[in-house]
Ligand binder design. Structure first.
Ligand SMILES: C[S@@+](CC[C@H](N)C(=O)[O-])C[C@H]1O[C@@H](n2cnc3c(N)ncnc32)[C@H](O)[C@@H]1O
Length: 255
């Protein structure tokens, strides 16, 4: 694509969620506040760090599935790091259109973008990917256990999950009688995204009902969904403020 064609595509596909740099000073301008843009870089550093730590030299021989890939920011990053192939899926065709444009304009091969939903991943793919990315989506879905089971089904070795988390709530539920109780294994907060959903926001789930886990709930669900082991990763120095404060977490989960 010529610089003029890239500029025209960027203008036609506005607004953008991520900053993509095409060289010669051509870039997309994220529609989110500048103070929030740092979230992408922190996630990127943590995702790449975890993937490189696990796969090492094998990174070139693995396939990656980016679930809820949006405009393909992380799909692109993995392809550029030499992963053999990347499939990005997203519920919204309007996001995938932008993702395809970016990959084309940058001349990056090895990424395929397909429309799909996390709720039905296993049936859609019928195979697993050594690396799966499940970033910024868990807290937008209304049935997190169903989604995590689907994610487990398509994960070959490692899944990297990034999510908003709510504050932990400790306690006990009465369970059939005053004497019988069960400890909470973390909590899920119900969040109403009706406003954003009805306004056509491109980041919400496919329904306005969202569930946000606490850290303990996240680890509990990952285990029961079928991951052998899961660990919340420490944010790097200079991390985005939400990661630094533990309000968003990046978690590695091994099959
Ligand atoms: C908050 S954005 C996160 C994008 C990207 N993964 C990131 O971390 O920057 C959520 C993305 O997931 C997509 N999405 C929402 N619900 C989905 C679903 N049920 N299945 C697949 N994608 C979904 C949205 O269209 C959006 O692109």
């Amino acid at each position: 694509m010529s610089p003029a064609e890239i500029r025209q595509g960027i203008a036609e596909l506005r607004p953008w969620f991520y900053r993509f740099e095409f060289g010669s000073g051509i870039e997309t301008m994220p529609a989110i506040p500048e103070s929030v843009v740092g979230i992408f870089d922190t996630r990127l550093r943590m995702v790449v760090g975890a993937a490189e730590e696990h796969f090492g030299e094998r990174l070139r021989d693995i396939d990656c599935l980016d679930i809820g890939c949006h405009e393909g920011f992380y799909s692109l990053a993995m392809a550029r790091r030499g992963v053999r192939s990347v499939v990005g899926i997203d519920a919204r065709e309007e996001n995938l259109r932008r993702a395809r444009f970016v990959a084309n304009a940058m001349g990056v091969d090895g990424i395929v973008y397909r429309q799909g939903q996390v709720e039905t991943l296993a049936a859609q793919f019928g195979r697993s990917f050594e690396l799966t990315l499940f970033l910024g989506l868990l807290y937008h879905v209304e049935d997190p256990m169903r989604c995590l089971r689907q994610v487990v089904a398509v994960t070959g070795e490692l899944c990297i999950i990034e999510t908003q988390v709510v504050d932990e709530v400790e306690g006990f539920a009465e369970w059939g009688s005053r004497e019988w109780t069960r400890p909470y294994q973390g909590i899920l907060a119900l969040i109403d995204e009706t406003g954003e959903f009805d306004a056509g926001n491109r980041e919400t789930g496919v329904s306005p009902v969202a569930t946000c886990p606490s850290p303990k709930a996240l680890l509990f669900m990952l285990k029961h969904a079928g991951f052998r082991r899961a660990r919340i990763l420490s944010p790097p120095p200079g991390a985005y403020e939400q990661h630094a404060r533990g309000k968003r977490v990046v978690c590695a989960a091994w099959k």
